[in-house]
Design a protein around this ligand. Structure first.
Ligand SMILES: Nc1ncnc2c1ncn2[C@@H]1O[C@H](COP(=O)(O)OP(=O)(O)OP(=O)(O)O)[C@@H](O)[C@H]1O
Ligand SMILES: [Mg+2]
Length: 248
């Protein structure tokens, strides 16, 4: 392995995201420890699912990885940069530029059209929406199969369509990674399958790293790697098709 050339570490050697001994304790008086020292490395362009029983700490971990919540101790390193040391405004800019979020409930603004919802993160970033953003938003809505719906109000779309708008919105700033928490938890079987195909397409075509928390073992099975959590720790970390990860 020739990771070092002339003393410079090649891009391949730097993981996209790394955690070192992440712990999380909730509560002041009554303390509940939810994460117990999570070590995790996510490589660029990986397609990863996180599974595990309810309450094992999946959302907590994802929120910490996405810098939406602070760890009690431990470090998060993104492309070699320690996020733990960043100031809140620096972190907000970092988040907006590098991370895309998808939640179980899409949180679209009801009075806005599909394309306006997709453009919202660019308003925060650039304070205005230029033509290049609009073209990009149109391209993303086409990618998620909603080009002809782009001027419809989000309330006039089906649940699956609304979630696809949320997926396009998560992609508008060309994030390096999508962090998704139960993105299909609120969808019917067909919309779930469509959303999964879309995640794959995004991963292949846009090279976006995907990290998806899911209860859906069918969806997890289609990932390249499954991380199984239990009681605030990683119990198993396996490659689908290579290791047997899902026994339940
Ligand atoms: N803000 C909070 N304050 C106190 N305890 C919390 C808080 N958020 C989560 N917890 C607790 O931390 C534990 C882990 O919660 P978390 O939401 O990370 O689990 P999860 O694996 O995502 O579960 P699910 O599959 O049900 O979404 C749970 O016992 C939960 O009650
Ligand atoms: Mg959760």
């Amino acid at each position: 392995m020739d990771d070092k050339k002339d003393g410079i570490i090649s891009e391949k050697a730097i993981p996209l995201l790394e955690t070192r001994q992440i712990t999380k304790v909730y509560g002041e008086k009554i303390k509940t420890q939810v994460l117990h020292g999570v070590d995790l490395i996510i490589e660029k362009k990986e397609f990863v699912s996180i599974i595990g029983p309810s309450g094992c700490g999946k959302t907590t971990l994802l929120n910490i990885l996405g810098t939406l919540d602070n760890a009690t101790s431990g470090e998060i390193i993104f492309e070699g940069k320690n996020l733990t040391a960043m100031k809140p405004d620096e972190l907000a800019a970092f988040r907006n530029q590098n991370l895309g979020f998808i939640f179980q409930f899409h949180h679209l603004l009801p009075e806005f059209t599909a394309i306006e919802n997709v453009l919202i993160p660019t308003w925060i970033k650039d304070k205005r929406s230029g033509m290049k953003h609009k073209e990009h938003a149109e391209y993303l809505l086409e990618t998620v199969g909603l080009k002809e719906y782009m001027n419809k109000k989000s309330t006039d779309l089906s649940g699956g369509q609304q979630q696809r708008v949320a997926i396009a919105r998560a992609l508008i700033n060309s994030p390096q990674i999508i962090l998704a928490d139960e993105p299909t938890g609120n969808l019917d079987t067909e919309s779930t399958a469509q959303a999964y195909e879309l995640f794959r397409k995004i991963n292949h075509e846009l090279h976006t790293t995907m990290l998806i928390v899911t209860h859906d073992s069918e969806l997890a099975r289609k990932s390249d790697r499954i991380i199984k959590m239990k009681d605030g720790l990683i119990e198993k970390d396996c490659r689908t098709g290579v290791d047997e990860c899902i026994e339940y």
